[in-house]
Ligand binder design. Sequence first.
Ligand SMILES: *Cc1c(COP(=O)(O)O)cnc(C)c1O
Length: 393
Amino acid sequence: MKYQVDENGYYGSFGGAFIPEMLYPNVEELREHYLSIVREESFQTEFQNLLHDFVGRPTPLYLGKRLSERYGAKIYLKREDLCHTGAHKINNTIGQILVAQRLGKKKIIAETGAGQHGVATATVCALMGMECIVYMGEHDMARQRPNVERMRILGTKVVPALSGSKTLKDATNEAMRHWINHPTDTHYIIGSVVGPHPYPDMVARFQSVISEEIKQQLITEIGNPSPDYVIACVGGGSNAAGAFYHFLNDEHVKLVGVEAAGKGVDSGQSAATTALGKAGVLHGSKTLLMQTTDGQVVEPYSISAGLDYPGIGPLHAHLFETGRVTFLSATDDEAMEAGIELSRTEGIIPAIETAHALAVLSKIEFDKDDVVVINLSGRGDKDLDTYIKWGKY
Ligand SMILES: *Cc1c(COP(=O)(O)O)cnc(C)c1O
């Protein structure tokens, strides 16, 4: 229970629900009902069937033979890149839309930065015939045009956030404002293990299918459900939370989270929250975030849009503080090189977020019998432009 959320919504000293009073009824309704909903047999049946037939689960656990030879360990890749829409994010949006339906909601809102969560949300709204509005910074809409068009093709209305830096945090503010004004008929689908309680716990539960499958698959592969290492990249932390979840109380399994160091942890252009962050309140929960001495959020930077976030979810802040998870970081260049390496050793072009996880293989000293699982959170199709601009291949 040490790493589970408590009844007040806290992981150790992190978490809670720091929200404006006007959002309280929405969040409270969700908090009151989410556990009983996800425990219903009819919910689980529908969730599992959609994960199987629509998302394409279980995703393979693939032994990367050439990668294993190179790093002197048995390296398995958990293939979330093969999920429908190209990443793990759909596991969560499927779960949340089923919760929204059971709460009697008719409309969905979401925020998105790079557009991956927006696409995953637009996809499940099309699937369920629900109206969907996604808020996206005007600046991000210009940078991520293909994802904007994907959402529109799927029937979602994409609304530009015009305030502030016109990026993710401004889109989040717009989504919150919308939710305050439409409390009874609308559910807000948050895309990572962030936000006020119960979102971090709910999202972690939906993503925990990843480690549930890893355990099963390792029994078949090696006759033992526990690997020596699980490695995952951390933006807000949802793919990592899913990959770690069922190993948290198995202290023999070393868990490694990898943050984006951008141009270097001390360069002033980074998103390495555990290295640079302090406790504060971000997007409704108390967590670690990058901030100035007077508490203003510092603009993060990473070559990867999915890791370009100034905080981490409260579960990860707790896992960092207790030492249960080791946090490492990888720079833009290290990640790009690791992405090219995976492409050439295994024939898999990873998302640049995922490439950060791969980049720490060269920073850990493995024993040759070590069983290492890397969560391959997404595929690289969306990142082709970034690979091309980087150019060193
Ligand atoms: C969004 C994204 C991430 C980062 O989000 P988490 O919540 O930290 O998982 C990582 N990988 C991919 C492929 C993504 O799309």
